[in-house]
Design a protein around this ligand. Structure first.
Ligand SMILES: [Zn+2]
Length: 433
């Protein structure tokens, strides 16, 4: 079948999201039957055909959305256009919440639950990045074109096809463009949706990452710090002996790695990265400031907390040592700001949403694996709400890099799969199976 041509490069797409596949997961036969019956329902079948027929429209929307810059915390312009497109696609009502999430409601018949279905509006790229899309054949080059403009387009395309085909569900479905998924956004959009008294959908289907071959049902946790050492600074000769923030910083990294290395050699996969360092004004000046940004991740909440404590202890030790070495002037101080916290967790592989996500892959002939990743689903997963992150389709590569590209190879299949999953989870009206 045509879709199989996309599978050879699935590993590249996986690597791009920083996702690691876990064990292949079996699907209970009941869910396979449920999805094949759903696909033969006349209205659903019409929606699946429309998803393919709208492929050109989807490609145009992808280019359009990608070319609206959406740096972290500056997603409003892309959000405004996404809101217009939700209206055009036929949402019953569309609004933007106080955090900036853009929400389109398709009302259910009984409205017992709300199923959330979203992609993220933001990119990792800063203001001023050239986001013009360059098209070569079926390949689109642009920062953010795959991650996650294409996810937004899957959400829009599914809504449009469901509306045009007249597919109704028992539960409400909200189609969401979520803010703040990347970097220091720290999942702020999802934290807002699931805050006390928030919309808090009772199931969440997220579109981010590769194809149909993996279902993210485990949230990879992370903790992030910005640490700043500060001192008086001074002339490198005249004020020699003044405590140095950069020297303290170097010690902190060294002490941290000594412990972090042992914590990451075995057991649940855990990682650490001193991603950015900075400070100082001149080669011949003792800096008054030195800072670093550090990212730590683990599949295990306990291990994550362990490496975080090791990091903080290393910073304190470095401060103490550098202050003990100083020959003149005041002591250094340090600020340890936690700038990110993404909780970890896992959904039961037997949960209906996970089973349906696997069954919808199987419906298109793909044996999906369950995987662990850091996505918007982390928030509901950590709260015990069933959530999965599914692929956006096509072939993505080089995400988070300026030479990111996305190939429109059978990408409509991902839209069809999303429709089946959303409609199964929100329960088709009049289903006789
Ligand atoms: Zn993403």
């Amino acid at each position: 079948m045509r879709y199989s041509t996309a599978l050879g490069v699935a590993a590249a797409a996986l690597a791009a999201l920083g996702t690691r596949p876990a064990a292949a997961q079996s699907v209970a036969p009941g869910y396979l039957e449920e999805i094949s019956s759903l696909a033969t329902d006349a209205l659903v079948a019409a929606a699946l055909r429309l998803a393919e027929a709208h492929d050109d429209w989807a490609l145009e929307r992808l280019i359009e959305l990608t070319e609206i810059p959406a740096p972290p915390f500056l997603e409003a312009a892309r959000g405004a256009r996404f809101a217009e497109l939700l209206v055009e696609a036929g949402a019953d009502s569309v609004w933007t919440d106080s955090e900036g999430n853009v929400i389109g409601l398709r009302r259910g018949r009984t409205r017992e639950r709300t199923v959330g279905f979203g992609g993220h509006l933001d990119t990792v790229f800063p203001e001023g990045t050239d986001v013009t899309v360059r098209q070569v054949g079926d390949t689109l080059f642009a920062p953010g074109v795959g991650d996650d403009s294409r996810g937004l387009v899957v959400v829009l395309s599914a809504l449009r096809a469901m509306v045009e085909a007249g597919v109704r569900t028992e539960d409400d479905v909200v189609f969401v463009g979520v803010v703040g998924e990347e970097g220091l956004g720290d999942l702020r959009g999802m934290k807002h949706l699931y805050r006390e008294g928030g919309l808090a959908p009772s199931a969440w289907i997220d579109v981010d990452g590769g194809g149909l071959d993996r279902v993210v049902s485990m949230g990879l946790g992370s903790v992030r710090y910005r640490v700043t050492f500060e001192g008086p600074g001074g002339h490198s000769w005249g004020a020699f002996g003044t405590a140095s923030p950069t020297h303290a910083l170097g010690r902190a990294v060294r002490h941290f790695q000594d412990v972090a290395d042992t914590l990451t050699r075995s057991g649940p996969r855990t990682s650490y990265n001193v991603g950015r360092v900075g400070g100082g004004a001149s080669i011949n000046a003792v800096p008054s400031e030195a800072w670093m940004e550090v990212d730590m991740r683990s599949e295990s909440p306990e291990r994550l907390s362990g490496i975080e404590q090791a990091f903080l202890a290393a910073v304190d030790r470095a401060l103490e040592e550098e202050n003990a070495l100083r020959r003149e002037g005041p002591a250094l101080t340090v600020a340890k700001d936690r700038v990110g916290l993404r909780p970890s967790g896992a959904v039961d592989p037997e949960a209906p949403l996970v089973q349906r996500a696997l069954a919808t892959s199987a419906h298109f002939g793909v044996d999906a694996e369950l995987a662990s990743s850091s996505t918007d689903s982390n928030i509901p997963i950590a709260l015990g709400v069933p959530a999965v992150t599914i692929g956006r389709g096509g072939v993505s590569a080089n995400s988070h890099a300026p030479d990111e590209y996305w190939i429109n190879r059978d990408a409509y299949v991902a839209v069809q799969r999303a429709i089946l999953l959303v409609v199964a989870e929100a329960r088709l009206v009049g289903a006789t199976f």
